[in-house]
Design a protein around this ligand. Structure first.
Ligand SMILES: C[C@@](CO)(OP(=O)(O)O)[C@H](O)COP(=O)(O)OP(=O)(O)OC[C@H]1O[C@@H](n2ccc(N)nc2=O)[C@H](O)[C@@H]1O
Ligand SMILES: Nc1ncnc2c1ncn2[C@@H]1O[C@H](COP(=O)(O)OP(=O)(O)O)[C@@H](O)[C@H]1O
Length: 325
């Protein structure tokens, strides 16, 4: 039973806050197949969870309903950035789904601490959804297994199951059919964040247009290059740098041509290789070691870029505190 309405507290509402953090991701490889009748594209991707985290604090409220706010500890400049706080917010949607499957649900307020660039190709909204699923599961004692939560996650978006799982994983289907992959060592990256976003569906459409114009037909089933998994398994950044691939990259560059320069600048400043993360516009630069990543980030910041050293793999969504107020 929910501690807020149990035992000594019966009859008196006691609010409880469950705080969860969930990572953003980089697609180390992303192969994209043809457009499917349901509007999605089949993909084969290797996801890597990186040390840039969203946090969701879910607080039970006596008033029924779901409310969402952006927390003051957010590190993004959110001026002019469009994050809906109503039922269109992915965290709101996740809480609504959990409410439907929980017997002991209450009202809930979700405070999101945003650190992953919005519409940046790093799955920030998906991390909020994954964190909210886990937080509401705890808050309402729903007792769902990780597998059941992953099922609900897939209803919320292609990237949401991975933020729940974390680590390194191969994603097939639309990216939601996950198999964990081994990664022996941490890889070091520098994320170069843009001050604008790209719409994921628009980037997929741009790729379709480019391929149609070329008459390019992608054979299926899609597969992940075994060399990607070998280099991750060995923890060999040099080998990994030679096989990074993102089919969406040229579409992102078509919509935001300066991304090509950002990758070039990173590579000429010491990165082993650079790649657009997912649909972009965040650029992920692979560094040979943690120190090189810090130095590269510093150098790029000096040149006026918003650059951040991170590492991965890191774990998926985790509860970090659970407090009765
Ligand atoms: C491209 C990727 C790579 O990991 O990440 P982002 O760049 O968004 O972070 C993902 O495939 C994005 O996943 P996610 O952002 O969860 O997508 P969803 O909300 O489910 O879908 C948004 C829209 O993107 C397009 N979409 C998404 C996934 C997919 N496999 N094929 C698609 O065509 C569809 O137009 C869909 O309506
Ligand atoms: N919790 C949320 N955080 C960020 N964006 C959200 C959220 N909920 C809905 N959105 C909408 O989803 C879009 C894509 O968000 P995001 O997950 O940050 O990007 P991406 O799909 O590129 O990884 C945003 O432009 C925003 O309008």
């Amino acid at each position: 039973m929910n501690p807020a309405i149990s035992g000594a507290n019966r009859g008196r509402f006691v609010a409880r806050t469950v705080r969860v953090r969930a990572p953003g991701k980089v697609n180390v490889s992303l192969n994209v197949g043809p457009l499917r009748p349901d509007g999605y594209h089949s993909v084969a991707s290797v996801y890597l969870a990186v040390s840039l985290y969203e946090e969701v604090a879910a607080t039970s409220t006596e008033e029924p309903g779901i409310t969402v706010s952006i927390g003051p500890a957010s590190t993004l400049d959110l001026d002019g950035v469009d994050i809906p706080l109503d039922e269109r917010n992915l965290a709101y949607k996740a809480a609504a789904i959990m409410r439907d499957v929980s017997e002991d649900s209450t009202g809930v307020h979700l405070e999101i601490t945003k650190r992953v660039p919005v519409a940046g190709g790093m799955g920030g909204g998906s991390a909020d959804a994954a964190a909210t699923l886990l937080a509401c599961d705890a808050l309402w004692n729903s007792g769902l297994s990780r597998e059941e939560l992953a099922h609900l996650a897939a209803e919320l978006g292609a990237d949401v199951p991975f933020s729940l799982l974390g680590g390194t994983a191969v994603g097939l289907g639309i990216g939601d059919e996950l198999s964990p992959a081994l990664a022996k060592a941490q890889m070091d990256w520098v994320l170069v964040c843009a001050d604008y976003g790209l719409s994921t569906p628009e980037v997929f459409h741009a790729l379709d247009r480019l391929r149609d114009a070329e008459g390019l037909v992608i054979p299926e089933p899609l597969e992940v290059d075994a060399k990607i998994l070998q280099s991750l398994r060995k923890g060999d950044p040099d080998a990994l740098s030679k096989v990074l691939i993102n089919d969406l990259q040229r579409a992102s560059i078509e919509l935001a041509p300066e991304l090509r320069d950002t990758i070039g600048l990173g590579e000429s400043s010491g990165a082993l290789a650079g790649i657009v993360s997912g649909s972009g516009p965040t650029v992920a630069l692979l560094a040979p070691n943690p120190r090189a990543a810090e130095e590269l980030a510093e150098e790029l910041r000096h040149l006026g870029h918003n650059a951040l050293a991170v590492h991965g793999p890191v774990p998926g969504a985790r509860i970090i505190s659970d407090t009765l107020l």
